[in-house]
Design a protein around this ligand. Structure first.
Ligand code: GRF
Length: 223
């Protein structure tokens, strides 16, 4: 039986769905007080659909190619999400840019995960671009979605070093591991009503902070 006190989450995917899996796992073990009411994939062969099926979560395909334009595609998703009683929508590897129509329908209730430390490296191919830019750190960002792509208020970030011999694949894999930690964390904070959007900033109520936290790359010699 669904617990009416739990937040109803909808997850939009296009592919592997490893972030979806991380959300499923942390909801199952009780660390995220929410439930996934619906998974939507715009790709019929997305492996994430299989993950939803295995977890007994309702899932459907809404294929963008079946619609005349982006608005009608998004309208179909809005209807499905509303019918499922979804309160928060999580984009998890969803590879379609959303129009203001969808974004306004879920204003303040729409999260995305991006494999870079925003506002650096918005857009695509971000691991390769971070390597080529020579930065020592990259990471992952969970943010609220606004009409400007990859520019909404930031909820959570994880930092990973870029290693000497990294390729975009090895860096992406290292970042993905951290994505699986911060997406559930962000959804838990949302579900606990601990996030307050103030302009571009997200305030966290009752934060646990470590003022001594610091990362240096390359590693300094041990003292
Ligand atoms: C992740 O790197 C996410 O940040 C990006 O797309 C990838 C999705 O991976 N938006 P998965 O489908 O969750 O495994």
């Amino acid at each position: 039986m669904a617990d009416p006190a739990q937040l109803n989450v909808g997850v939009l995917i296009s592919g592997s769905g490893s972030n979806l899996q991380a959300l499923i796992d942390r909801m199952e073990d009780g660390s995220v007080p929410a439930r996934i009411a619906l998974v939507i994939s715009n790709q019929p062969n997305a492996f994430g659909l299989e993950r939803a099926r295995r977890a007994g979560i309702p899932a459907c395909v809404i294929h963008h190619r079946d619609f005349a334009d982006r608005e009608s595609f998004e309208q179909a998703m809005i209807i499905a999400l509303e019918e499922a009683g979804v309160e928060l929508v999580c984009l998890a590897g969803f590879m379609r840019v959303l129009t203001p129509c969808f974004i306004r329908a879920f204003h303040g209730r729409l999260l995305n995960i991006h494999p870079a430390l925003l506002p650096a490296f918005p857009g695509l191919h971000v691991q390769q671009r971070a390597i080529e830019a020579g930065v020592r750190f990259s990471g992952a960002t969970v943010h609220f979605v606004t009409e400007e792509v990859d520019a909404g208020p930031i909820v959570a970030q994880a930092v990973v070093p870029i290693l000497e011999n990294d390729t975009s694949e090895t860096l992406a894999a290292r970042i993905l591991k951290q994505e699986h930690r911060i997406y559930p964390l962000a959804v838990a904070l949302y579900a606990q009503k601990r996030l307050r959007i103030e302009g571009q900033r997200v305030r966290i109520l009752n934060p646990t902070e470590n003022p001594a936290a610091c990362l240096i790359a390359p590693n300094p010699p041990a003292a």
